[in-house]
Design a protein around this ligand. Structure first.
Ligand SMILES: [Zn+2]
Length: 137
């Protein structure tokens, strides 16, 4: 089932397995970006494609209980994950099944799954991060 669904946006992530986020790096500034900008926002240089780390830590999050857009689960959580290996923080959904396990600094792992619909109203795949339970915080 899941493999028949398309990503919410082509080119942002690979479904896998293993799922991977497609970012970019500026060789001049040595900084990574996600999602991939057209050019480096700092020096306007050309970027190179890179896969980003699939592990990170919750930098901040919010659990939203209002009516969600794109038929996301209710409640759902969004926030920022610090990909320490890449030196960047990225915006993300969190695992809607594990909202009670979310915490600041919690180790999280990248997943891709069927969540909500795309701009055309079709069910689609989204990337999200799921908390590692019982691990280091
Ligand atoms: Zn640059």
């Amino acid at each position: 089932m899941t493999s028949e669904l398309k990503p919410v946006k082509e080119g942002i992530f690979e479904v896998g397995p293993p799922p991977r986020l497609r970012g970019a790096i500026c060789p001049e500034c040595n900084q990574k970006f996600f999602p991939r900008p057209m050019v480096c926002p700092h020096c306007l240089g050309e970027l190179q494609d890179v896969y980003l780390s699939t592990e990170g830590k919750v930098y901040t999050y919010a659990i939203l209980r209002v009516k969600p857009p794109y038929k996301l689960p209710r409640p759902y959580a969004v926030g920022w994950v610090h990909l320490e290996a890449d030196g960047i923080k990225i915006h993300t959904l969190f695992d809607p099944e594990k909202l009670s396990d979310l915490d600041f600094g919690r180790q999280v792992t990248l997943r891709v799954g069927a969540i909500g619909v795309d701009n055309n109203g079709d069910s689609c795949l989204r990337y999200y991060f799921t908390p590692q339970v019982g691990g280091e915080q």
